[in-house]
Write a protein that binds this ligand. Structure first.
Ligand SMILES: *Cc1c(COP(=O)(O)O)cnc(C)c1O
Length: 355
Protein backbone atom coordinates (compact mmCIF):
# COMPACT_ATOMS: atom_id res chain seq x y z
CA UNK A 1 0.00 0.00 0.00
CA UNK A 2 1.33 3.47 -0.87
CA UNK A 3 2.08 5.24 2.38
CA UNK A 4 0.27 8.50 1.58
CA UNK A 5 -2.73 9.30 3.74
CA UNK A 6 -4.91 12.33 4.46
CA UNK A 7 -5.63 12.22 8.18
CA UNK A 8 -8.75 14.14 9.10
CA UNK A 9 -8.94 15.43 12.67
CA UNK A 10 -12.67 15.69 13.38
CA UNK A 11 -12.07 17.15 16.86
CA UNK A 12 -10.29 20.05 15.14
CA UNK A 13 -13.41 20.62 13.00
CA UNK A 14 -15.53 20.83 16.14
CA UNK A 15 -13.00 23.22 17.70
CA UNK A 16 -12.98 25.51 14.67
CA UNK A 17 -16.78 25.56 14.68
CA UNK A 18 -16.68 26.77 18.28
CA UNK A 19 -14.32 29.57 17.26
CA UNK A 20 -16.75 30.54 14.49
CA UNK A 21 -19.71 30.42 16.87
CA UNK A 22 -17.93 32.58 19.40
CA UNK A 23 -17.17 35.18 16.72
CA UNK A 24 -20.72 35.00 15.39
CA UNK A 25 -22.25 35.89 18.75
CA UNK A 26 -26.01 35.92 18.32
CA UNK A 27 -25.81 35.21 14.57
CA UNK A 28 -26.41 31.63 13.55
CA UNK A 29 -23.74 29.62 11.75
CA UNK A 30 -24.31 28.00 8.37
CA UNK A 31 -21.35 25.64 7.95
CA UNK A 32 -20.28 25.70 4.31
CA UNK A 33 -19.53 22.10 3.30
CA UNK A 34 -19.60 22.31 -0.51
CA UNK A 35 -16.94 20.56 -2.61
CA UNK A 36 -17.05 17.40 -0.51
CA UNK A 37 -16.61 19.36 2.69
CA UNK A 38 -13.67 21.28 1.17
CA UNK A 39 -12.11 17.91 0.35
CA UNK A 40 -12.48 16.43 3.84
CA UNK A 41 -15.43 14.12 3.09
CA UNK A 42 -18.97 15.50 3.20
CA UNK A 43 -20.62 12.90 5.43
CA UNK A 44 -17.74 12.98 7.91
CA UNK A 45 -17.71 16.78 8.04
CA UNK A 46 -21.48 16.91 8.44
CA UNK A 47 -21.32 14.57 11.42
CA UNK A 48 -18.43 16.45 13.03
CA UNK A 49 -20.22 19.79 12.57
CA UNK A 50 -23.66 18.75 13.79
CA UNK A 51 -23.48 21.57 16.34
CA UNK A 52 -23.76 24.06 13.46
CA UNK A 53 -27.12 25.78 12.96
CA UNK A 54 -27.28 24.78 9.32
CA UNK A 55 -25.27 23.69 6.29
CA UNK A 56 -24.61 25.21 2.88
CA UNK A 57 -24.00 23.07 -0.22
CA UNK A 58 -24.40 23.33 -3.98
CA UNK A 59 -26.30 20.27 -5.12
CA UNK A 60 -29.24 18.07 -4.24
CA UNK A 61 -26.84 15.11 -4.03
CA UNK A 62 -24.84 16.84 -1.34
CA UNK A 63 -28.00 17.75 0.56
CA UNK A 64 -29.15 14.12 0.32
CA UNK A 65 -25.81 12.94 1.73
CA UNK A 66 -26.28 15.21 4.75
CA UNK A 67 -29.89 14.11 5.25
CA UNK A 68 -28.71 10.47 5.07
CA UNK A 69 -26.48 11.22 8.08
CA UNK A 70 -29.63 12.00 10.03
CA UNK A 71 -28.97 15.74 9.92
CA UNK A 72 -32.26 17.64 10.00
CA UNK A 73 -30.68 21.11 9.99
CA UNK A 74 -31.59 23.84 7.53
CA UNK A 75 -29.63 23.15 4.33
CA UNK A 76 -29.04 26.02 1.92
CA UNK A 77 -28.38 25.44 -1.78
CA UNK A 78 -25.93 28.24 -2.57
CA UNK A 79 -26.68 28.32 -6.30
CA UNK A 80 -30.37 27.51 -5.93
CA UNK A 81 -31.83 25.00 -8.35
CA UNK A 82 -30.35 24.46 -11.78
CA UNK A 83 -33.65 23.27 -13.28
CA UNK A 84 -37.29 23.59 -12.15
CA UNK A 85 -37.43 19.77 -11.96
CA UNK A 86 -35.45 20.03 -8.73
CA UNK A 87 -38.10 22.02 -6.85
CA UNK A 88 -40.12 18.94 -5.83
CA UNK A 89 -37.10 17.39 -4.10
CA UNK A 90 -36.16 20.72 -2.54
CA UNK A 91 -39.61 20.86 -0.94
CA UNK A 92 -39.57 17.19 0.07
CA UNK A 93 -36.16 17.40 1.73
CA UNK A 94 -36.86 20.81 3.26
CA UNK A 95 -33.96 22.51 1.47
CA UNK A 96 -33.57 26.25 1.10
CA UNK A 97 -32.54 27.48 -2.36
CA UNK A 98 -30.73 30.74 -2.97
CA UNK A 99 -32.70 32.50 -5.71
CA UNK A 100 -30.41 34.65 -7.82
CA UNK A 101 -32.26 34.92 -11.17
CA UNK A 102 -35.77 36.08 -12.00
CA UNK A 103 -36.59 32.87 -13.87
CA UNK A 104 -35.96 30.95 -10.62
CA UNK A 105 -38.66 33.06 -8.98
CA UNK A 106 -40.94 32.37 -11.97
CA UNK A 107 -40.34 28.63 -11.67
CA UNK A 108 -40.96 28.67 -7.95
CA UNK A 109 -44.22 30.58 -8.45
CA UNK A 110 -45.43 27.94 -10.94
CA UNK A 111 -44.36 24.94 -8.84
CA UNK A 112 -46.93 22.71 -7.18
CA UNK A 113 -45.52 21.50 -3.88
CA UNK A 114 -46.85 20.03 -0.63
CA UNK A 115 -44.56 21.92 1.74
CA UNK A 116 -43.62 25.55 2.11
CA UNK A 117 -40.14 26.34 0.85
CA UNK A 118 -37.88 28.75 2.75
CA UNK A 119 -35.69 30.72 0.37
CA UNK A 120 -32.71 33.06 0.26
CA UNK A 121 -32.96 35.96 -2.19
CA UNK A 122 -29.62 37.17 -3.49
CA UNK A 123 -28.75 40.81 -4.05
CA UNK A 124 -25.72 41.66 -6.14
CA UNK A 125 -23.97 44.32 -4.10
CA UNK A 126 -20.90 44.54 -6.32
CA UNK A 127 -19.33 41.15 -6.78
CA UNK A 128 -21.24 40.78 -10.09
CA UNK A 129 -21.22 37.01 -9.92
CA UNK A 130 -24.65 35.90 -8.67
CA UNK A 131 -27.61 38.02 -7.66
CA UNK A 132 -30.13 40.57 -8.83
CA UNK A 133 -29.61 44.33 -8.98
CA UNK A 134 -31.56 46.43 -6.50
CA UNK A 135 -34.75 47.10 -8.49
CA UNK A 136 -35.41 43.60 -9.80
CA UNK A 137 -34.38 42.26 -6.39
CA UNK A 138 -37.03 44.37 -4.63
CA UNK A 139 -39.57 43.31 -7.24
CA UNK A 140 -38.66 39.66 -6.75
CA UNK A 141 -39.06 40.07 -3.01
CA UNK A 142 -42.59 41.45 -3.51
CA UNK A 143 -43.46 38.52 -5.75
CA UNK A 144 -42.05 35.95 -3.33
CA UNK A 145 -44.07 37.40 -0.46
CA UNK A 146 -47.22 36.78 -2.47
CA UNK A 147 -46.48 33.12 -3.24
CA UNK A 148 -48.40 30.99 -0.74
CA UNK A 149 -45.90 28.11 -0.80
CA UNK A 150 -42.91 30.36 -0.06
CA UNK A 151 -42.05 30.37 3.65
CA UNK A 152 -39.30 32.45 5.26
CA UNK A 153 -37.27 34.72 3.03
CA UNK A 154 -33.66 35.52 4.00
CA UNK A 155 -31.76 38.30 2.23
CA UNK A 156 -28.31 37.25 1.07
CA UNK A 157 -25.28 38.81 -0.61
CA UNK A 158 -21.58 37.97 -0.93
CA UNK A 159 -18.44 40.10 -0.60
CA UNK A 160 -15.80 40.20 -3.34
CA UNK A 161 -12.87 41.62 -1.32
CA UNK A 162 -13.47 40.78 2.33
CA UNK A 163 -10.04 39.08 2.37
CA UNK A 164 -8.27 42.27 1.24
CA UNK A 165 -7.74 44.52 4.28
CA UNK A 166 -7.17 47.49 1.96
CA UNK A 167 -10.74 47.20 0.63
CA UNK A 168 -12.85 45.19 3.07
CA UNK A 169 -16.63 45.14 3.01
CA UNK A 170 -17.69 48.74 3.66
CA UNK A 171 -18.79 49.60 0.11
CA UNK A 172 -20.84 46.47 -0.48
CA UNK A 173 -22.27 46.59 3.03
CA UNK A 174 -23.50 50.15 2.42
CA UNK A 175 -25.05 49.07 -0.88
CA UNK A 176 -26.80 46.20 0.89
CA UNK A 177 -28.10 48.37 3.73
CA UNK A 178 -29.48 50.91 1.32
CA UNK A 179 -31.35 48.28 -0.68
CA UNK A 180 -32.61 46.39 2.37
CA UNK A 181 -33.61 49.47 4.35
CA UNK A 182 -36.88 48.89 6.17
CA UNK A 183 -37.13 45.24 5.15
CA UNK A 184 -37.91 42.96 8.08
CA UNK A 185 -36.16 39.84 6.84
CA UNK A 186 -33.16 37.97 8.23
CA UNK A 187 -29.83 38.71 6.54
CA UNK A 188 -26.80 36.61 5.53
CA UNK A 189 -23.64 38.30 4.23
CA UNK A 190 -20.44 37.08 5.85
CA UNK A 191 -18.18 34.19 4.78
CA UNK A 192 -15.04 33.41 6.83
CA UNK A 193 -13.16 36.62 6.08
CA UNK A 194 -16.02 38.95 7.03
CA UNK A 195 -16.90 36.78 10.03
CA UNK A 196 -13.30 37.12 11.26
CA UNK A 197 -12.79 40.84 10.56
CA UNK A 198 -16.08 42.70 10.18
CA UNK A 199 -18.60 42.16 13.00
CA UNK A 200 -20.80 44.87 11.50
CA UNK A 201 -21.47 42.51 8.56
CA UNK A 202 -22.59 39.48 10.58
CA UNK A 203 -26.36 39.82 10.25
CA UNK A 204 -28.47 36.78 11.22
CA UNK A 205 -26.66 33.95 9.43
CA UNK A 206 -22.90 33.79 8.86
CA UNK A 207 -21.46 31.38 6.30
CA UNK A 208 -17.95 30.26 7.27
CA UNK A 209 -16.23 27.70 5.07
CA UNK A 210 -12.44 27.73 5.01
CA UNK A 211 -11.97 28.66 8.67
CA UNK A 212 -13.85 25.53 9.77
CA UNK A 213 -11.12 23.52 8.06
CA UNK A 214 -8.47 25.40 10.01
CA UNK A 215 -7.13 27.78 7.35
CA UNK A 216 -7.14 31.56 7.24
CA UNK A 217 -8.74 33.35 4.28
CA UNK A 218 -6.18 36.18 4.63
CA UNK A 219 -2.88 36.20 2.73
CA UNK A 220 0.15 36.12 5.00
CA UNK A 221 -1.72 34.68 7.95
CA UNK A 222 -2.27 31.06 9.00
CA UNK A 223 -5.17 29.44 10.80
CA UNK A 224 -2.92 28.87 13.81
CA UNK A 225 -2.37 32.64 14.02
CA UNK A 226 -6.07 33.06 14.74
CA UNK A 227 -6.63 30.09 17.04
CA UNK A 228 -7.77 27.56 14.44
CA UNK A 229 -6.54 23.97 14.23
CA UNK A 230 -5.65 22.30 10.92
CA UNK A 231 -8.10 19.53 10.07
CA UNK A 232 -6.41 17.79 7.15
CA UNK A 233 -2.92 16.37 7.65
CA UNK A 234 -1.39 15.10 4.42
CA UNK A 235 1.22 12.56 5.44
CA UNK A 236 3.47 10.11 3.61
CA UNK A 237 6.86 8.45 3.87
CA UNK A 238 10.27 8.39 2.23
CA UNK A 239 10.45 5.57 -0.30
CA UNK A 240 14.09 6.20 -1.31
CA UNK A 241 17.16 8.11 -0.20
CA UNK A 242 19.70 9.33 -2.76
CA UNK A 243 23.17 10.76 -2.47
CA UNK A 244 23.44 13.54 -5.02
CA UNK A 245 26.86 14.95 -5.83
CA UNK A 246 27.68 18.63 -6.05
CA UNK A 247 26.69 19.99 -9.48
CA UNK A 248 24.30 17.11 -10.31
CA UNK A 249 20.70 17.80 -11.32
CA UNK A 250 17.66 16.38 -9.57
CA UNK A 251 14.31 15.26 -10.95
CA UNK A 252 12.49 16.31 -14.14
CA UNK A 253 14.18 19.12 -16.01
CA UNK A 254 17.03 19.01 -13.51
CA UNK A 255 15.26 22.05 -12.06
CA UNK A 256 17.39 21.76 -8.93
CA UNK A 257 21.16 21.42 -9.02
CA UNK A 258 22.94 20.28 -5.86
CA UNK A 259 25.17 23.12 -4.59
CA UNK A 260 27.20 20.52 -2.65
CA UNK A 261 27.09 16.79 -2.00
CA UNK A 262 23.73 16.15 -0.34
CA UNK A 263 21.29 13.47 0.80
CA UNK A 264 17.90 13.71 -0.83
CA UNK A 265 14.71 11.94 0.23
CA UNK A 266 12.06 10.79 -2.23
CA UNK A 267 8.52 11.09 -0.87
CA UNK A 268 5.50 9.08 -2.05
CA UNK A 269 3.41 12.14 -2.91
CA UNK A 270 3.00 13.92 -6.22
CA UNK A 271 0.64 16.11 -8.15
CA UNK A 272 -1.65 13.15 -8.89
CA UNK A 273 -2.28 13.06 -5.13
CA UNK A 274 -3.25 16.72 -5.12
CA UNK A 275 0.10 18.18 -4.11
CA UNK A 276 0.58 21.30 -6.25
CA UNK A 277 2.98 20.82 -9.14
CA UNK A 278 3.84 24.50 -9.04
CA UNK A 279 5.24 24.38 -5.50
CA UNK A 280 8.73 25.85 -5.81
CA UNK A 281 11.99 24.50 -4.40
CA UNK A 282 11.98 25.42 -0.73
CA UNK A 283 8.32 24.68 -0.02
CA UNK A 284 8.23 23.55 3.63
CA UNK A 285 7.73 19.92 4.71
CA UNK A 286 8.46 18.01 7.90
CA UNK A 287 10.63 14.88 7.80
CA UNK A 288 10.83 12.89 11.03
CA UNK A 289 9.11 15.93 12.59
CA UNK A 290 11.99 18.20 11.53
CA UNK A 291 11.60 21.16 9.16
CA UNK A 292 12.83 20.55 5.65
CA UNK A 293 12.03 21.72 2.12
CA UNK A 294 11.13 20.40 -1.28
CA UNK A 295 13.75 20.25 -4.01
CA UNK A 296 13.14 20.56 -7.77
CA UNK A 297 10.02 19.74 -9.71
CA UNK A 298 7.11 17.88 -8.17
CA UNK A 299 6.37 14.83 -10.31
CA UNK A 300 3.14 12.86 -10.68
CA UNK A 301 3.73 10.39 -7.87
CA UNK A 302 6.81 11.67 -6.03
CA UNK A 303 8.62 14.72 -4.83
CA UNK A 304 12.12 15.25 -3.42
CA UNK A 305 13.11 16.74 -0.08
CA UNK A 306 16.35 17.97 1.45
CA UNK A 307 17.82 15.65 4.12
CA UNK A 308 20.95 17.77 4.74
CA UNK A 309 19.88 18.62 8.29
CA UNK A 310 18.17 15.30 9.01
CA UNK A 311 20.99 12.80 9.02
CA UNK A 312 18.96 10.06 10.64
CA UNK A 313 16.16 10.12 8.03
CA UNK A 314 15.77 6.82 6.19
CA UNK A 315 13.42 4.90 3.92
CA UNK A 316 10.15 4.80 5.85
CA UNK A 317 10.69 8.11 7.66
CA UNK A 318 7.39 9.99 8.10
CA UNK A 319 6.82 13.15 6.08
CA UNK A 320 4.15 15.81 6.62
CA UNK A 321 3.20 17.64 3.43
CA UNK A 322 0.68 19.87 5.17
CA UNK A 323 -1.08 19.94 8.54
CA UNK A 324 0.53 20.20 11.98
CA UNK A 325 3.82 22.08 11.63
CA UNK A 326 3.34 22.78 7.92
CA UNK A 327 0.61 25.37 7.36
CA UNK A 328 -1.30 24.60 4.20
CA UNK A 329 -1.43 28.34 3.53
CA UNK A 330 2.38 28.38 3.24
CA UNK A 331 2.39 25.44 0.84
CA UNK A 332 -0.35 27.09 -1.21
CA UNK A 333 1.50 30.41 -1.34
CA UNK A 334 4.66 28.61 -2.52
CA UNK A 335 2.60 27.24 -5.41
CA UNK A 336 0.89 30.51 -6.28
CA UNK A 337 -2.51 29.36 -5.05
CA UNK A 338 -4.71 29.29 -1.94
CA UNK A 339 -5.48 26.68 0.68
CA UNK A 340 -9.02 26.26 -0.69
CA UNK A 341 -7.68 24.87 -3.95
CA UNK A 342 -5.27 22.42 -2.30
CA UNK A 343 -7.91 21.06 0.09
CA UNK A 344 -10.55 20.60 -2.58
CA UNK A 345 -8.06 19.07 -5.02
CA UNK A 346 -7.07 16.17 -2.75
CA UNK A 347 -7.09 13.24 -5.18
CA UNK A 348 -9.51 10.33 -4.77
CA UNK A 349 -6.56 7.92 -4.77
CA UNK A 350 -5.37 9.26 -1.41
CA UNK A 351 -6.56 7.14 1.48
CA UNK A 352 -8.47 9.12 4.09
CA UNK A 353 -8.31 8.26 7.77
CA UNK A 354 -10.18 9.83 10.62
CA UNK A 355 -8.44 10.62 13.87
C1 LIG B 1 -18.00 29.17 -0.55
C2 LIG B 1 -18.89 30.23 -0.03
C3 LIG B 1 -18.81 30.64 1.31
C4 LIG B 1 -17.68 30.20 2.24
O1 LIG B 1 -16.54 30.98 1.95
P1 LIG B 1 -15.20 30.85 2.85
O2 LIG B 1 -14.30 31.89 2.28
O3 LIG B 1 -14.69 29.47 2.58
O4 LIG B 1 -15.58 31.04 4.24
C5 LIG B 1 -19.76 31.52 1.79
N1 LIG B 1 -20.74 31.99 0.98
C6 LIG B 1 -20.82 31.65 -0.33
C7 LIG B 1 -21.91 32.22 -1.18
C8 LIG B 1 -19.90 30.76 -0.88
O5 LIG B 1 -19.98 30.43 -2.16
Amino acid sequence: MRPIVARIDTAALAHNLLVAKRLAGPARVLAVVKANGYGHGLARVGRALRAADGFAVLSLDEAATLRAQGLSHPIVLLEGFFHPDEIAEIARRRLQPVLHREDQVDALARARVDHKIDVFLKLDTGMHRLGLARKPWLAALERLRAIPHVGNITLISHFAQADDPAVGVAGQLATFKEAAQGLAHPVSLAASAALLRYPESHGDWVRPGIMLYGASPFAGETGADIGLLPVMHLESKLIAVQNVRKGEGLGYGHLFTAPRDMRVGVVACGYADGYPRHAVTGTPVLVEGRPSRTLGRVSMDMLCVDLSEIGHAHVGSPVTLWGDGVPIETVAAAAGTISYELLTALAPRVRVEES
